[in-house]
Design a protein around this ligand. Structure first.
Ligand code: NCD
Length: 303
């Protein structure tokens, strides 16, 4: 029997596979017409137990653009989960109705529980405070599109502790020659487990709480939302929110060639005045996600 490939962590993909996916996404963007029936007859289920706009709809759009179809929910309250059905039973049924699935859930460990009971590829569409591997593929693709290389210096700026896109980007980027500066107050700094792995991968990593000391030397400013819903009660949202902000005065100090990325949604951490700066690439980044997710769907369906 063929091995079923799932994507739970960026560590599930080799360096060559990551680069191959970026190349495939570029080809898809260049000739989308060539892909309109590549997943014809395939059904993709989206199980989102946490809110989402971009990830849910860009996955749906990706499957539609490949000629496949989509079923799913982004409000678990509308399913039998609300009647008390176990996660395992819900996902078993959804797997029976589809060829591949993407799951978003608040609790770390859920994705592995699902992989243990289904026989279709499972994509992690964001798992609690752990990882968000497909966001990282989108980020890497956007970086490659802008710089034509990946060995850039990224400042991760914001909630590095509770915001999962930072973790996946550090783990994958550290295998691809990216250097990182983690800019956050102590309460929001990058967890040790990710720093250790990234260092083992050979990345140069610097930690600071002062964005001004690094802003003129970086290629990518990667900003994330303070994860209000994941903060432990002793941490005060309003206080921590004041600890970082991207305004035009800060952007002025960046290199001309640098870019600003954000997985979105932003809740005030990037001033809307910054949107007009050519370095603001977060909306382009969100748009790139369709081609990247198309490439990933084809890759997992073929495996
Ligand atoms: C992120 C997430 O869900 O982790 N959103 C996304 O997928 N673009 C970021 C966030 O919610 O802050």
């Amino acid at each position: 029997m063929k091995e079923i490939r799932s994507l739970i962590s960026v560590n599930d993909l080799s360096k060559e596979e990551i680069l191959g996916l970026l190349q495939a996404a570029a080809q898809i963007e260049q000739s989308p017409q060539a892909y309109i029936d590549k997943a014809k007859g395939k059904v993709f289920s989206l199980l989102f137990f946490e809110p989402s706009t971009r990830t849910y709809f860009s996955f749906a759009s990706a499957m539609e653009r490949l000629g496949g179809s989509v079923l799913g929910f982004s409000q678990a309250g509308a399913t039998s989960v609300a009647k008390g059905e176990t996660l395992e039973d819900t996902v078993r049924m959804m797997a029976a109705y589809s060829d591949i699935m993407a799951v978003r859930h608040a609790e770390v460990g859920t994705l592995q529980r699902i992989v243990n009971v289904v026989e279709v590829p499972v994509i992690n569409a964001g798992e609690g405070v752990a990882e968000h591997p497909t966001q990282t593929l989108v980020d890497l693709y956007t970086i490659f599109k802008n710089f034509k290389r990946l060995d850039v210096t990224i400042a991760l700026y914001g909630d590095l502790k509770y915001s999962r896109p930072n973790h996946s980007l550090l783990l994958a980027g550290s295998r691809l020659g990216i250097n990182f500066i983690c800019v956050a107050p102590e309460e929001l700094q990058m967890p040790e487990q990710y720093l250790e792995q990234a260092q083992k991968n050979g990345a140069h990593i610097k930690l600071t709480d002062d964005i001004n000391s690094v802003i003129n030397n970086i290629d990518v400013l990667y900003v994330t939302r303070l994860q209000k819903e994941r903060l432990p009660p002793h941490l005060l949202y309003e206080e921590l929110k004041k600890s970082y902000h991207v305004a035009p005065q800060l952007v002025k100090q960046m290199k001309e060639s640098a870019i600003i990325l954000h997985p979105l949604p932003r809740i005030g951490e990037i001033d809307t005045l910054v949107d007009h700066d050519p370095r603001a690439q977060y909306f382009a980044q969100a748009k790139n996600s369709v081609a990247v997710r198309m490439a990933l769907l084809l890759f997992l369906l073929k495996n």
